[in-house]
Design a protein around this ligand. Structure first.
Ligand code: AMP
Ligand code: MG
Length: 403
């Protein structure tokens, strides 16, 4: 087991143990938010045929050398219909947006250009150039083109594109099921009244929603008390899931028994403790082939550790292309506490100053029990491990929190 490792080492040890989940096929309308398991190839050109971009008249641009010009109307082509009549010099066909271009015509004169209309003939006051207002076959997507890569989240535009391409069913990755186990004799459920010495189980519930927010499935929240028997029983229940996430019980206190129980149950512990704040006591191992995260119980620590380690792990199991949020450069607008030798994940508020420069300050006191900092934050500020201090003006990496 490795001890007191860097953030990057911890992340890569975790990711090395994971593989992508199996594939499930879903109806297109149920696929929103899931992750594509296959590259999406277009079997057809989109649009499939040359069609009109306007309501107007399909014409030959060569007829418009002198303006105004009067043309004979041969046909009327609504969307969905196909005209068999060829447009020849001196003629045109009325056409609606999206209708296939009739043979012979090379452009569309919009209805707004008509200066006189007696049904059999129309006169135009303006000339289209060759190809004007014609949407060419394959203009959007070529046949055989990979339009969307596997690993991409199904968003509303992805649903729209899949529908365009004729995918009524779509192969997505089966999301991992995650068990969240809160531990502690002090914990009571959110709906119960506080009694002396007790606090509400916030981490358990927050972590369950973090699982959902990143595309995992979650078992109902589990709670273990600070004794080996209770922890063991709960672990057995939790093993119904693909991933186990503990909140609490992984530190060095007398009641931090989670690691001992997991050890007894045969877990291979890969690391314990990471050079970071919050979340130093983070532990990770494999039990019966399943990833097990031991997050510190403090609600801020568990939230940040989930965000920085469990979320990328779930993304990796989903086969997503991007596991981490892209870092964005910002400037600290005030001094921010920092200790050398630990990577700090400060909860931050990013904003643009009067000269439109991206700035950030922390949310205030950063104690790992101060959960309101999580609610206020719109970003995480990274203060690098080797930095001794983080004074106003320092350029930092931030990542926007998107939940
Ligand atoms: P632990 O990691 O078990 O030593 O817990 C560290 C701190 O977090 C203690 O103050 C606990 O009371 C608190 N804590 C542990 N689990 C939770 C939880 N599920 N919800 C809220 N606070 C917790
Ligand atoms: Mg505890």
């Amino acid at each position: 087991m490795q001890v007191f490792i860097s953030v990057e080492e911890a992340r890569s040890l975790i990711l090395d143990t994971l593989s992508v989940q199996e594939t499930t096929q879903l109806a297109l309308e149920e696929s929103m938010g899931r992750t594509l398991a296959v590259d999406i190839e277009s079997r057809e050109a989109i649009p499939p045929f040359n069609n009109s971009g306007m309501d107007g008249y399909a014409v030959l641009s060569q007829d418009f050398e002198t303006i105004p010009v009067t043309l004979e109307v041969l046909d009327e082509i609504p969307a969905g219909a196909v005209s068999e009549i060829v447009v020849k010099p001196g003629t045109c066909s009325k056409i609606m947006t999206g209708a296939p271009m009739p043979a012979g015509a090379d452009s569309v004169a919009p209805v707004e250009w008509v200066i006189e209309d007696n049904k059999t003939h129309v006169s135009f006051g303006k000339a289209p150039v060759f190809g004007r207002n014609v949407r060419k076959a394959g203009q959007d997507v070529k046949a055989g083109e990979i339009v969307i890569n596997r690993g991409k989240t199904v968003t509303p535009p992805v649903v729209g594109m899949l529908a365009t391409l004729g995918y009524a069913r779509v192969d997505v990755v089966t999301p991992p099921t995650v068990a969240v186990i809160a531990t502690g004799d002090e914990l009571i459920a959110p709906g119960e009244s506080l009694t002396p010495g007790k606090i509400r189980n916030s981490s358990g519930y927050a972590l369950c929603s973090q699982v959902l927010a990143c595309g995992g499935k979650v078992l109902p929240p589990l709670l273990a008390r600070d004794n080996k028997e209770s922890i063991r029983r709960t672990v057995e229940q939790a093993l119904a899931a693909d991933v186990l996430v503990f909140a609490g019980g992984v530190s060095v206190g007398d009641y931090d028994l989670v690691k001992n129980v997991l050890d007894d149950m045969g877990m291979e512990m890969l690391f314990w403790k990471v050079r970071q704040r919050p979340g130093k006591p983070l532990a990770y191992g494999i039990l019966q082939g399943k990833p097990v995260f031991g997050l510190p119980g403090n609600p801020v620590s568990s939230a940040i550790c989930f965000d920085q380690y469990v979320r990328p792990a779930i993304y990796s199991m989903l086969g997503k292309g991007e596991l981490l949020r892209p870092p964005v450069k910002a400037h600290l607008s005030r001094d921010t506490p920092k200790v050398k030798g630990l990577h700090f994940f400060a909860r931050g508020i990013g904003f643009y100053d009067e000269s439109n420069r991206l700035c950030v300050h922390d949310t205030g006191p950063q104690g790992s029990n101060l959960y309101s900092s999580m609610v206020k934050a719109n970003c995480i500020i990274h203060l690098e491990e080797e930095w001794e201090e983080a004074s106003a003006g320092t350029e930092v990496n931030i990542e926007w929190i998107t939940w």
